[in-house]
Ligand binder design. Structure first.
Ligand code: GDP
Ligand code: MG
Length: 176
């Protein structure tokens, strides 16, 4: 499509974080606004593209999802290469996935560009009654580790997903 070819900015964004935190659902919700009830791990998945209009600029967001490699923490270096932004995702009902953030930050620091912008995504905020991770703890960690922000989302309710990507896009525009 002609309109999809024209853009002012192109940013590569990677989704990382433990398995089952909802990364694939977050990407799907960003793309279509629709919750993907059952997600199968697909081999060889590459990326999803959506162009945002930000202050009259066409910002093409190329969003990369892992194809299940994160289960074995065997994400290849190439996945991080040339990424402008990383959404490091956890499940706010599972503390172990929050504790894993430090592992994923380390990966980003090791394999990503020095200028990479990081946002923490606490997903599944629709499950408030099962919450095990405080939002303020995520904010504190974000500040400590130099992340741009911590946000809570629900891929299921399509809550705060677009906002997270817009926040990322705006920061990348400012820095470019
Ligand atoms: P991934 O392994 O990180 O890619 O996780 P998936 O996207 O495959 O999602 C893992 C599970 O969490 C699936 O059963 C989804 O239906 C569920 N899930 C994903 N996002 C949400 C959410 O925002 N709320 C709720 N309640 N469940 C979610
Ligand atoms: Mg997945």
């Amino acid at each position: 499509l002609e309109e999809d070819d024209a853009f002012d900015f192109l940013f590569k964004i990677i989704l990382i974080g433990d398995t089952n935190v909802g990364k694939t659902c977050v990407v799907h919700s960003f793309k279509s606004g629709v919750f993907l009830e059952r997600q199968q791990n697909t081999i060889g998945v590459d990326f999803t593209v959506r162009t945002l209009d930000i202050d009259g600029k066409r910002v093409k967001m190329q969003v990369w999802d892992t194809a299940g490699q994160e289960r074995f923490r065997t994400i290849t270096q190439g996945y991080y290469r040339s990424a402008h932004g990383a959404m490091i995702t956890y499940d706010l009902t599972r503390p172990s996935t929050f504790e894993s953030l430090s592992h994923w930050i380390q990966e980003v620091e090791q394999y990503g560009a020095a200028s990479i912008v990081v946002i923490f995504i606490g997903n599944k905020c629709d499950l408030e009654s099962e919450r095990q991770v405080l939002f303020e703890d995520a904010c504190t960690l974000a500040e400590q580790r130099g992340a741009l922000a911590a946000l809570e989302t629900s891929a299921k309710m399509d809550h705060n997903i677009e906002e997270a990507f817009i926040l990322m896009a705006k920061e990348l525009i400012v820095r470019s």
